[in-house]
Design a protein around this ligand. Structure first.
Ligand code: NDP
Length: 258
């Protein structure tokens, strides 16, 4: 069995991109994975198909984040899915690993960001994880794991994503604060900060010139892959990382080191 055999994981936004990579890796390590998506059911099905083809176990749930009642809807769907799949999969209610990955981008320097865009990006990237955790805590078992997907732009100034960067800064502070609060329950809380990863959210990297320029940020002179991030998350989710909490893990491939 893998390192996560017997564990149940929820990965928000795992129909595509980095979240899909995380879901695949946690399932490969033996976890029963609840794949979450907002509206792209076909993409969620593709994630399930990949996991199943690799011998893993997963189900998918749909819930739009960034709208009133989002966390409640997510957890209701989670409870229902686990109750339906649980007996056959040998799992009970609740979970061991929560990965807050779902997020959206907002581009623009400060004078270009509208109030509506600001509110939307905060609702999805900062408010939703807060309430997903708040309402998930009664379901998360002692000794569990919370991993929040942050961004390298909280440590490296990118004026063209000011509002987005702020949401991830809020997530970093939530990570630090919760790590202290949940320590007595043996729950670790950490943030992983990707650099540039070629996903739908970063489709401007489809342009070869932009991709070359983006790759050059990394000491390794390449863009990140979802698997690069997923492997870090899998480590934090494992028992090997039990003594690591409240940390910000740079997953930028050594971006702008000097
Ligand atoms: P993608 O756009 O490729 O995937 C986003 C995922 O989140 C999808 O599964 C999508 O579901 C889901 N999602 C988006 N909006 C919502 C919503 N309102 N409610 C519920 N689910 C939603 O993004 P990435 O894989 O690139 O990004 C994943 C995380 O990594 C984000 O938090 C992002 O900020 C962060 N990140 C990404 C970087 C990059 O270069 N790509 C760099 C640094 C951080 P559906 O398929 O149904 O739409």
């Amino acid at each position: 069995g893998g390192k996560l055999t017997g564990k149940v994981a929820l990965v928000t936004g795992s129909s595509r991109g980095i979240g899909r990579g995380i879901a695949e890796r946690l399932a490969a390590d033996g976890a029963f994975v609840v794949v979450h998506y907002a509206g792209n059911a076909a993409a969620a099905d593709e994630t399930l198909a990949r996991i199943t083809a690799a011998g893993g176990r997963a189900v998918a749930i749909r819930a739009e984040l960034g709208v009133p009642g989002d966390a409640e809807a997510l957890w209701t769907a989670f409870d229902d899915a686990v109750a339906a799949a649980g007996p056959a999969a040998g799992i009970g209610p609740g979970l061991d690993i929560l990965v807050n990955n779902a997020g959206i981008s907002t581009y623009g320097r400060i004078h270009e960001v509208s109030e509506a865009d600001f509110d939307r990006v905060f609702a999805v990237n900062a408010k939703a994880p807060f309430f997903v955790i708040r309402q998930g805590l009664e379901r998360l078992r002692d000794g569990g794991r919370i991993v929040n997907i942050s961004s390298g732009v909280t440590r490296i100034a990118f004026p063209s994503t000011t509002a987005y960067s702020m949401t991830k800064g809020a997530l970093n502070t939530l990570t630090l604060t919760l790590a202290q609060d949940l320590g007595p329950r043996g729950i670790t809380v950490n943030a992983v900060a990707p650099g540039l990863v070629h996903t739908d959210a970063a489709d401007w990297l489809n342009d070869p010139a932009a991709a070359k320029q983006g790759a050059a940020y990394s000491a390794f002179d390449r863009l990140g892959e979802p698997a690069d991030i997923a492997d870090i998350v899998a480590f934090l989710a494992s028992d090997d990382a039990r003594w690591i909490t409240g940390q910000y893990i740079d997953g930028t491939g050594g971006a702008l080191l000097g």
